[in-house]
Write a protein that binds this ligand. Structure first.
Ligand SMILES: [Zn+2]
Length: 88
């Protein structure tokens, strides 16, 4: 009775399909970029020097991200911006 075996196989396949719900596959793996060495230069708004983004000190200020070459520049910029809070 080969037809019966095929029917059973088909039924098992359908049940399998029903229970095996499609998982939303991520187009990108969760693995972090290891070799994505960024060499984007960002300008320090305090001393106007350019620093690689990866080494820059970021600061979220007034809705935008600023990058500084050193913590000192960041501190000085913050100190100045606080004293001129109403500016702009
Ligand atoms: Zn600087």
């Amino acid at each position: 009775m080969l037809i019966r075996l095929i029917l059973i196989a088909a039924a098992i396949y359908l049940i399998y399909r029903l229970f095996w719900k499609k998982k939303p596959k991520m187009p990108f793996a969760t693995r972090s970029r290891e070799s994505g060495h960024e060499e984007v230069l960002v300008q320090d708004p305090w001393c106007k020097s350019y620093v690689p983004k990866g080494q820059a000190i970021s600061l979220h200020h007034a809705g935008e991200t600023l990058y500084f070459c050193s913590p000192e520049c960041k501190e000085r910029f913050l100190a100045k911006s606080e004293s001129h809070e109403q500016e702009g």
